[in-house]
Design a protein around this ligand. Structure first.
Ligand code: SAJ
Length: 414
């Protein structure tokens, strides 16, 4: 089939490449001309293991090309961002723009798949919008109008393992009709070796949101325990380790907050769909969002002891051993400390980046330095990310005993 993949980001581009290497003729569509040009040269504008070789191969064989315009196709895969607005409701404008661009290309018989993480009802909303623009087509083929098939197929791949997980993960395929779900299944079956489970579109939308909310609620539980333990002067990591010996208890790890663009976002889509019912999910979000502020207050309080405190801030990424700084609590904490402690020198250690992000590099007393230099000079050592490099560093060699240590990840436990 001819497949148009709309949105060539972290999900769209890997999906385009894998479809192209499994027999489809793929046109990738993106509003960003630089992305389109990069893909047409066989290049990938972000870091993802094994993706570039796959894109380069598909482009050189003529199975994948990119364009800023949506072409006619048999299948449309929409993989655009769904951010949330100030009131936490999902912003569907990218999905709507994709729908508006593909509607004129339909003739009947096509399959339109929404892959973007979406609030319940988004697939129906997309279909309604397309069919409103194309009253000559229909969902069920009534009155002799040709059918268009709509399905939601959420992705659940972990950044850094996308090319592996696209093939090995199980997949949920939700159709607005049964036939749509079956058609979508047949497409994913060309490359997916996991189980492909069929359901309706709304359940598929919710399943994806529920997976990430489950994790968010469990992290909030751990974060709440860390705050309670602070108050009661208990070591939260020892507490969790002991409790986890129970055969049916498995508490996650506290940290400086929840980052990334999925777990901190998706639960809000449930909350805004059912505000009166989603009480626990909302509170978990609030607990996790409040955690960076707790860390900041603790540092500010400890910094009072020093006239011009020197702080070693270890880690900026949103989780260990990656270079991704998007929606990172560590980054937010460092930026806020620079503002609230103008007299402090902040030495940031982030082994996975070459330069500080703009909002930090623009500050006078914030620098990117080595672990050794940062800790040697520090009054306060603030550990924000459990990178392997930090875990492997010896507390005695670092000389942590003489410093004020705030370890938000429980890496150095003596
Ligand atoms: N975190 C903690 N304590 C923990 C576990 C995580 O504080 O015990 C924090 C991390 O430090 C990080 C944040 O949570 O800041 C999120 O990290 P993560 O590794 O839990 O998840 P993501 O955002 O990288 O990927 C998630 C995954 N979802 C689930 O595990 C349910 C992934 O499978 C999804 O595909 C992805 O969201 C997505 O795209 O939705």
């Amino acid at each position: 089939p001819v497949v148009a993949v709309i949105g060539l980001g972290y999900i769209g581009l890997p999906t385009a490449a894998i479809l192209a290497t499994h027999g489809a003729e793929v046109i990738g569509v993106d509003v960003n001309q630089a992305t389109v040009d990069a893909v047409n040269r066989g290049e990938v504008p972000f870091v993802e293991p094994d993706l570039e070789i796959s894109v380069a191969g598909a482009v050189s064989q003529g199975r994948l090309r990119a364009d800023v315009k949506t072409p006619p196709a048999d299948v449309f895969v929409v993989a655009v961002p769904t951010p949330f607005a100030d009131d936490h409701a999902a912003d569907l404008s990218y999905i709507e723009a994709a729908a508006d661009a593909l509607a004129p290309q339909l003739q009947g018989g096509e399959l339109v798949i929404l892959e973007s993480t979406s609030p319940p009802g988004a697939t129906q909303h997309m279909a309604d919008r397309i069919l409103a623009a194309r009253p000559d087509l229909s969902l069920h083929g009534r009155a002799g109008r040709p059918v268009v098939h709509f399905a939601h197929c959420p992705e659940r791949v972990l950044p850094g393992r996308v090319m592996v997980e696209l093939v090995t993960n199980d997949r949920i395929v939700g159709g607005l009709t049964r036939v749509a779900a079956e058609k979508a299944r047949d497409l994913y079956a060309t490359f997916c070796k996991g189980e492909i489970m069929l359901t309706d579109a709304k359940t598929a939308e919710m399943a994806k949101l529920v997976e990430n909310s489950f994790r968010d609620v469990n992290i909030a539980f751990a974060n709440e325990l860390s705050m309670i333990s602070d108050k009661l002067a208990i070591d939260v990591w020892e507490l969790i380790e002991l409790a986890n010996h129970h055969p049916r208890v498995n508490i996650l790890q506290p940290g400086p907050g929840v980052g990334g663009h999925c777990i901190a976002v998706d639960p809000w889509f449930i909350v805004s769909s059912a505000p009166d019912e989603a009480r626990l999910i909302r509170t978990a979000r609030e607990v996790n969002d409040d955690k960076p502020e707790r860390v900041i207050s603790k540092v500010v309080e400890k910094a009072r002891r020093f006239r011009a405190p020197r702080i070693a801030a270890l880690g900026l990424a949103f989780k260990p051993d990656i270079d991704d700084l998007r929606e990172s609590p560590a980054r937010r904490i460092v930026a806020e400390l620079a503002k609230r402690l103008p007299e402090a020198q902040i030495d940031v250690v982030e082994p996975h980046i070459e330069a500080l992000p703009r909002e930090l590099s623009a500050r006078d007393r914030v620098d990117l330095v080595s672990l050794r230099d940062a800790v040697d000079a520090a009054d306060i050592v603030l550990l924000l990310v459990d990178h392997t490099q930090f875990k492997e560093a010896d507390e005695r060699v670092l000389g942590l005993a003489e410093k004020v240590v705030i370890d938000t990840r429980g890496v150095w436990r003596g």
